[in-house]
Design a protein around this ligand. Structure first.
Ligand code: GLA
Length: 678
């Protein structure tokens, strides 16, 4: 095998959005149910037991091969397909479809040993050795060449196997790499972007701290430095990393697509993960899939799930999406790992379906007895088929089979609201040297989504440059960095009659992370009725800013309103006394602080109502979520006390088969799926 130096660069232009086969080739009108299946961890007798239990639980799909590279290629270039042949046949004979993974997220130990340049390095130059997983240098031509070869052979061998329903490329792409190999690829990426060193020096503001570059070879990834790294260098490195990983994905996708143009391709996202610009990635997948692990002890776990569902559904842009992984019980990577109390797995699984998922799958089928994840739950736990976990899994499987014909491929309704989300803004806002490290971008997004969720308003997510004209309300929790195109888009949206609500620290920087004159873009100041933004006043973690009618958290701003502002809610007391905390000009709202949750919910509910948005159902008891998907109304109770949900008209609950007139009672973690009675 040639070395990285000998191999030509495998860089390619980012490919255009991908239009491939649809998921219906895989689902065939069903909600897929199943999980990651790692049969290489078990003797073959167990496979037969597995298949028996899978059928009992209504499993229709398993994801195979995610971590099988060393088993498939035990020595360089060798191929051991016999076990996978037998497994694919066994699954097919039992009516179980296979999402076949390329095993490229965890190279065999021989690769690092023979080709040390395939191992990534952290920012301190330390090697990430084999013995764990995901130890691949994304820009190593050697790694990419081995990955392409095993992908090619898998596609050639199993492309026409009747069990194959979908391709799963790699697993949770998430490696950063600061090695020399990555440095060379980073420079190529920068040369493509900037063309000249002068342009790079200007974009990065290298006049600051004597950072001007004289030759390209001097440009490095942002490695460990004495004091804060150049923020635009860090921003470009994050952009580069997402692109480099995406090149790996696209290369494997193109190989399998050449063999099987009719089989959809996905790669599972970690939710709300910084490392991949999910808008960019999702456009290159046939099916968007996500792994989701809310903490069972988190009182807002259900809201977090809803956020991930809304985000993934939006990334799929009307297409299907899947829960590729969730846990049937505890995970094993938190400080303390709690099991899911009885009913919670079912509630969160049905919630995913309510919010649009066409597949509900788990990591993993059978709980491992060895290895780092032996205490991570599986659909079949250590307790086996009599265990509570498996019994609940069986119930979920049966209920999904009931719902499938009514639900699969149908759309979630009521998406009048878009929450804007952007990875570039996230990356730039996380920099060292910011004014407050008391919050991060996901927390702010989550606070706004929670307000919408509690106000019983189904929301979508969108990119700030997407066409927003179909939405009645657009919410910007925070977009520290905005391109000119995005700013013009927001202004055009409001001019076109849309209602826009923006949170603090929005429109501060341009795409090079250069602060815009005035500390906030002039077009946005004009839009919101801000004459001057004098100073930012971040708040300490436990500090509150008193505002007329509520208390603000995290942040406040010293703003002078313009004469044409329509309404102002002032700060009360303190340095900002009397200055505007909230401004409204026409249909554009700006909040210079983050109201406490109840106040934010009240505010957003009022604005949504003013924008003509109706909740899916009125009069919901607290903690009950209502979502309409297709013709069905899902009622999901996130609490433990029995409640009665008033439901006008006559319905049938598809889960119980019972008629519902006037209202439905939901017990602890209860769910009803209502269809209007004829
Ligand atoms: C991720 C991975 C799985 C497994 C789970 C554990 O989602 O993709 O392989 O490690 O985490 O929660």
């Amino acid at each position: 095998m040639p070395t990285d130096k000998e191999l030509a660069s495998t860089d390619e232009e980012s490919s255009p959005p991908h239009k491939g086969p649809s998921m219906s080739n895989a689902t065939r009108g069903r909600i897929l149910f199943g999980g990651d299946y790692n049969p290489e961890q078990w003797p073959e007798e167990t496979w037969h037991e597995d298949v028996r239990l899978m059928k009992e639980a209504g499993v229709s799909s398993v994801t195979v091969g995610v971590f099988s590279w060393a088993r498939l290629e035990p020595t360089p270039g060798a191929r051991e397909f016999g076990w996978l042949d037998r497994l694919m046949d066994l699954l097919h004979d039992n009516g179980i479809g296979v999402v076949l993974a390329t095993p490229t997220s965890s190279p065999p130990p021989w690769m690092g040993r023979l080709h040390p340049e395939t191992l990534p390095r952290d920012e301190d130059g330390r090697i990430e050795w084999w013995g764990g997983r995901q130890h691949f240098a994304h820009s190593s031509a050697v790694y990419r060449s081995y990955a392409a070869a095993i992908t090619e052979d898998l596609a050639a061998r199993y492309g026409s196997h009747p069990a194959l329903t979908m391709w799963h490329i790699n697993n949770e792409y998430c490696t950063y790499d600061w090695s020399d190999t990555a440095a060379a690829a980073f420079r190529r990426w920068l040369q493509d972007k900037y063309d000249t060193l002068d342009a790079l020096n200007t974009a990065w503001g290298t006049a600051f701290w004597s950072q001007g570059y004289d030759i390209w070879e001097g440009v490095l990834p942002p490695r460990h430095a004495h004091y804060m790294n150049n923020p635009t260098q860090v921003l470009d490195f994050k952009r580069f990393t997402s692109d480099a990983l995406m090149e790996c994905f696209v290369a494997e996708r193109d190989i399998v697509a050449r063999h099987t143009p009719h089989i959809p391709v996905t790669s599972n996202f970690m939710p709300f993960w910084q490392g991949q610009d999910a808008w960019e990635w999702a456009g290159r997948e046939d099916v968007v899939s996500v792994d989701i692990y809310p903490d069972p002890r988190d009182p807002f776990g259900g809201q977090y799930s809803a956020l991930i569902h809304d985000m993934t559904r939006s990334q799929a842009r009307g297409g299907p999406w899947m829960i590729m992984e969730q846990a049937a019980g505890p995970v094993n990577w938190r400080g303390v790992n709690h099991p899911k109390p009885h009913g919670l797995n079912r509630l969160w699984s049905l919630q995913a379906v309510a919010r649009g998922a066409d597949a509900v799958c788990y990591f993993q089928w059978r709980q491992s007895r060895q290895g780092a994840e032996k205490f991570h739950s599986g659909m079949v736990s250590h307790a086996g088929e009599r265990g509570r976990t498996f019994q609940e899994v069986k119930r979920i499987g049966a209920e999904l089979a009931l719902l499938s014909p009514k639900v699969a491929d149908s759309q979630v309704r009521g998406d009048d609201v878009a929450v804007l989300l952007d990875w570039n803004a996230w990356w730039a806002s996380q920099q060292a040297g910011r004014l407050s490290s008391e919050f991060d971008y996901p927390a702010v997004v989550r606070a706004w989504h929670r307000a919408l969720w509690e106000a019983n308003t189904t929301a979508s997510f969108a990119h700030p440059e997407h066409d927003l004209s179909a939405y009645k309300l657009v919410v910007v929790p925070q977009l520290y960095l905005l391109t000119d195109a995005a700013i013009d888009n927001l202004a055009a949206y409001v001019r076109g009659g849309g209602t826009l609500v923006s949170g603090f620290l929005t429109g501060v920087a341009d795409e090079d992370d250069r602060v815009r004159p005035g500390g906030m873009d002039e077009r946005l100041r004009e839009l919101f009725g801000i004459r001057t933004l004098h100073e930012w006043w971040p708040l300490d973690a436990d500090e509150r800013a008193d505002v007329e009618g509520f208390r603000g958290t995290l942040w406040s701003e010293e703003i002078e309103a313009a004469d044409d502002v329509d309404a102002v809610v002032p700060y009360k007391g303190g340095e900002l006394d009397g200055l505007p905390a909230v401004l409204r000009k026409g249909r554009a709202w700006y909040l210079s602080t983050l109201p406490e949750p109840d106040a934010l919910r009240t505010l957003i509910a009022g604005i949504a109502e003013g924008a003509g948005i109706r909740p899916p159902l009125d009069g919901l008891p607290a903690g009950v979520e209502a979502v309409r998907r297709g013709d069905l109304l899902f009622l999901l109770h996130h609490g433990r006390d029995t409640v009665t949900v008033p439901v006008p008209g006559r319905h049938r609950d598809l889960l119980t088969g019972e008629d519902v007139t006037g209202g439905v009672e939901l017990g602890r973690y209860g769910v009803a799926v209502l269809e209007a009675a004829p």
